[in-house]
Design a protein around this ligand. Structure first.
Ligand SMILES: C[S@@+](CC[C@H](N)C(=O)[O-])C[C@H]1O[C@@H](n2cnc3c(N)ncnc32)[C@H](O)[C@@H]1O
Length: 272
């Protein structure tokens, strides 16, 4: 890939999404852009470059960003954060929010939906009383429209349901449709999907009791990571928790946040 093309696309994508693609990833960038170019009816990434350089529309920019996101995910990813939610965080919040009877969750980079659906299944399975008589909101957002489309459909292939999903939950909460598995309406209805770009000012929202922001800050430059992290902390209700990916370390903790190690899970709590 020509250096000027690499520089053009990496700058474009970093400005639009925060995703920082370092040199050494030329091959990855080229193969994804070649694929997008062909989908749009262009010869290859060089032709796409010409088009993007001369008449970049909002739609094309979104398609380029979409093509360069990494949507790797699976049900109950890493297991232990979901254990911690089940054993510690949700029981604690249940006591704390007894009066309001309301809990708000945000899966802030939900990819193709496995993360928010895992949370919805966990709530339905282990906290049926909350699901039945409390206001439980699960907002799931991502920058990638194609990931969100799949998430909204809630249809997964055999390989996807084999990754992380206990077979008892597969049987209970999915319906087999030919070679695929469709998530049940009762679970799908618990989740609201929305396109939110984390590097832009967040839309006006309520504060959340739990924010899952897992395996996305790793793609951002340090200054961008810091900005998004501060916005996430502001979006958290007092007593609420942020969970990052297992190996992710936040830039720095604002004075009103504390680090908590709960079993194997490192999480970040807003002081009351
Ligand atoms: C590796 S996936 C992680 C999915 C899920 N959180 C998990 O842990 O399994 C990263 C997701 O972050 C999304 N993403 C990247 N940049 C983003 C941004 N600026 N705003 C919102 N989502 C973004 C990607 O589209 C992708 O779906």
């Amino acid at each position: 890939m020509k250096p000027e093309i690499f520089n053009f696309f990496t700058m474009l994508v970093e400005r639009a999404s925060g995703i920082s693609i370092k040199s050494g990833k030329e091959y990855l960038l080229q193969s994804r852009l070649d694929e997008l170019a062909r989908t749009l009816g262009y010869r290859d990434h060089e032709k796409l470059y010409e088009v993007a350089r001369t008449k970049l529309t909002r739609q094309l920019l979104d398609q380029i960003v979409d093509a360069l996101t990494t949507n790797e995910t699976y049900f109950f990813r890493d297991q232990h954060p979901f254990e911690t939610l089940r054993r510690v965080i949700i029981p604690e919040l249940k006591k704390k929010r007894e009066r309001e009877k309301r809990l708000r969750f945000w899966s802030a980079a939900c990819s193709t939906g496995q993360e928010p659906y895992s949370l919805a299944i966990l709530l339905r399975e282990y906290f049926p009383d909350l699901v039945k008589s409390w206001h439980i909101e699960i907002l799931a957002s991502d920058i990638s429209e194609s990931a969100l489309k799949k998430a909204r459909e809630g249809v997964y292939n055999q390989i996807e349901v084999n990754r992380g999903l206990p077979v008892t939950f597969l049987v209970k909460y999915f319906k087999q449709v030919a070679a695929h598995w469709r998530i049940s309406d009762e679970i799908r209805r618990m989740v609201t999907f929305k396109r939110i770009n984390l590097v832009e000012p967040f839309p006006v929202m309520h504060q959340f009791d739990v924010i899952l922001c897992r395996y996305v800050l790793i793609y951002f430059s340090q200054p961008m990571k810091k900005r998004v992290w501060e916005n996430l902390c502001r979006a958290l209700a007092p007593g609420g928790y942020i969970l990052l990916g297992a190996t992710e370390i936040p830039p720095e903790l604002p004075a009103d946040m504390e680090k908590k190690v709960l079993g194997k899970t490192v999480c970040f709590r807003k002081k009351d």
